[in-house]
Write a protein that binds this ligand. Sequence first.
Ligand SMILES: *Cc1c(COP(=O)(O)O)cnc(C)c1O
Ligand SMILES: [Zn+2]
Length: 438
Amino acid sequence: MPSSLQCIDCAQQYPLMRVIYACERCGGLLDVAHDFDKSAKPITRSLFDERLGALDPPYSSGVWRFKEIVYPDIEDAQIVSRGEGNTNLYPLPRVAAYAGVDTLLLKHEGENPTGSFKDRGMTSGVTHARRLGMQRVACASTGNTSASMASYAAMAGMQGIIFLQNTAIALGKLAQGIAYGGTCLQINADFDRNMALVRQVAERLGIYVLNSINPFRLEGQKTILFEALQQMRWQAPDWIVVPGGNLGNSSAFGKALLEMHQLGLIDRLPRLAIVQAEGANPLYRHYAGGFRDFQPVKAETIATAIKIGDPVNLQKAIRALEWTGGVVEQVSDQQIMDAKALIDGIGIGCEPASACSVAGARKLVERGIIKRGDTVLGVLTGHVLKDPQATIGYHADELPGITPTLRNPMLSAEADLEQIVELLSPHPKPLPQNEGGA
Ligand SMILES: *Cc1c(COP(=O)(O)O)cnc(C)c1O
Ligand SMILES: [Zn+2]
């Protein structure tokens, strides 16, 4: 086999088919380690470029197009896929101007089948679950992991069991978990407690855990960057900016960048910037304190997807920061919602957590860390429809503690011609400008 499980701390190796989530010797997190020298096909840019536009699975998927660096020895027939990935990379001059840089590209992972990047990790995770012969899979979730897992489990004929916090789940995500037939357990606990519970329950009942502690998830999520870099003609940006919650993406990005660099797919390593909400900032605090003494926090933020106080992938994220000369930033809920309103208002749209990429880039420019001339790649992690309450609450000016500085207020009128004409002349607000030209 060209791949095995390997501890990130003591390098102990385990067979790929062992069901473990931590090193038995030291408790460290596990990587799926690949031996690319044993690859059936030489791993080059052209191998992946030739598959672009493929009509048939597996290569029609933006995850499985990169099979040789995701899960080399899986048989195509085993793959559980919804043709995920193939998301747009938007060059957005107005968002770049807001952030204060000349070039900003946003990779919209909300354009995945269930509306978040989680699908990239779920196709690889559920595929491995099927290979293991699992009947039941489970996750703790702030919403998107559960939406994605419920969908992929249903496709694979498995039971998907979801541990949800009983407050603050965005409506779109909850609806998906139920709609896709997931077994939804609302538990009187926050995400961090649910994460601990799901691991214990899974152990007792022989259920497979599909949170990002599962290293097969992260292998699929690496393809966010494989695909973005392919869209950039393999020319690395200066910065990659990503929201950080459980730190699965940050961790996957570190591994993806290192592997792409080692394989010669990119010529240099971009720097990683991980952005957290001020009310859910354990990595930011740890970073600011020189990585000495980690303290979990009690998380609170409007960006529920990153409302996590004790991220499971902490050590992998720290490694990613070390590998890339990375930085950690924090942004307020006000900054998150204003950046979201900007992204929404140009017609692109995203959920609150996603807007951390833009709000964080802006703050890092203000602080002189990102330079105006740097090329910045940001990731929009989830779809605008995921959290309608947050969007409507902002524009209705009903969010406690948040001033809607980019407000698009609703207008209303009687069914009266004169009243409507009066309301619309002159325009109550400037017509939105087209994003296109620059
Ligand atoms: C899961 C999620 C995040 C957080 O990603 P991590 O990998 O847990 O850091 C951010 N935004 C959205 C929309 C998500 O669904
Ligand atoms: Zn170990």
